[in-house]
Unconditional design. Structure first.
Length: 287
């Protein structure tokens, strides 16, 4: 093939490819812009009017966004004249689906788990959950992962399959939550006076429910002191409020204990004594 003819064909093919890419870009942008500017806001307004639960609302918004992108891609391919690509044989489609399924089992598992999480009313954005010695507030539920905000304001990205395959405790699903606070006093201190202080410090707080009333129980006789546990309930629990309440309660108890002459026992200590003897092994082995 002459060099000139080769470059002519290359130029024609390049121009055809450029025109197809330009058509694809135009078709994609038109559908995408309409979807983002018109369709998605309209769907969000409908969801807001129906007052759908925030977790389901955000999931539906993501589905609409993904649908807009996929539709834009299909329209762009059709506008560019790639009809053969859109009408691929069932065999090719099945082969590609099988290959993707094998290569992305974890991804598909997380996607399916995400659907179950969104549909489960025990998982809601803003809930405080505990799982596998970890805890935090659900910040967002995605197609593949769930974003958890920890107490120190860090973000943990958890695969959805992990949350659906392990025991998860939702501490705010109920309308109230029980809190406990334990202290240890000396054996020579007045148990009744200490119990009264623990009760009053809880009873005087507006966040603590009057029914059921706060309780004080003797829960352990330790090596160095007597353990008393305050038990009280709060409504509409929020983890930030709980941490603040526990801090204020502990500070108030300490101040009243000091005023009443009740001493908090230090942690128990154990003294170890003995002697270590090292024998000369040279006599045993003839050295």
């Amino acid at each position: 093939m002459p060099v000139q003819e080769f470059f002519d064909e290359l130029f024609v093919d390049s121009a055809r490819l450029l025109r197809s890419a330009l058509k694809f870009g135009i078709g994609f942008l038109v559908v995408y812009v309409v979807g983002r500017v018109v369709v998605r806001p309209a769907v969000e307004r409908v969801l807001a009017l129906r007052k759908i639960e925030p977790t389901l609302e955000r999931a539906l918004q993501k589905v609409v966004g993904l649908a807009v992108v996929l539709l834009a891609v299909v329209v762009g391919l059709a506008f560019a004249g790639f009809t053969r690509f859109l009408s691929a044989s069932a065999t090719i489609v099945a082969a590609v689906t099988l290959a993707v399924g094998i290569a992305a089992q974890d991804l598909i598992g997380n996607l399916v788990s995400g659907v179950f999480i969104v549909g489960d009313n025990r998982f809601n954005i803003g809930d405080w959950i505990e799982w596998d010695d970890r805890a935090g507030t659900i910040d967002d539920i995605g197609f593949r992962t769930t974003q958890i905000r920890t107490a120190d304001n860090g973000i943990v990205t958890v695969p959805n399959s992990e949350l659906t395959s392990t025991a998860v405790t939702n501490t705010v699903l109920a309308d109230r939550r029980r809190l406990t606070y334990s202290v240890e006093i000396g054996y020579g201190d007045d148990i009744e006076a200490a119990s009264e202080i623990l009760h009053d410090c809880a009873d005087e707080r507006s966040a603590v429910l009057a029914d059921p009333a706060p309780e004080i129980r003797l829960t352990n006789l330790g090596d160095s002191g007597i353990e008393l546990t305050a038990i009280f309930w709060i409504s509409d629990p929020d983890e930030t409020d709980i941490l603040e309440l526990r801090s204020e309660y502990g500070r108030d108890v300490k101040e009243r204990f000091d005023a009443a002459g009740v001493e908090l026992s230090p942690p128990s200590q154990h003294d170890l004594s003995g002697r270590v003897q090292v024998d000369d092994a040279s006599s045993e082995y003839g050295r």
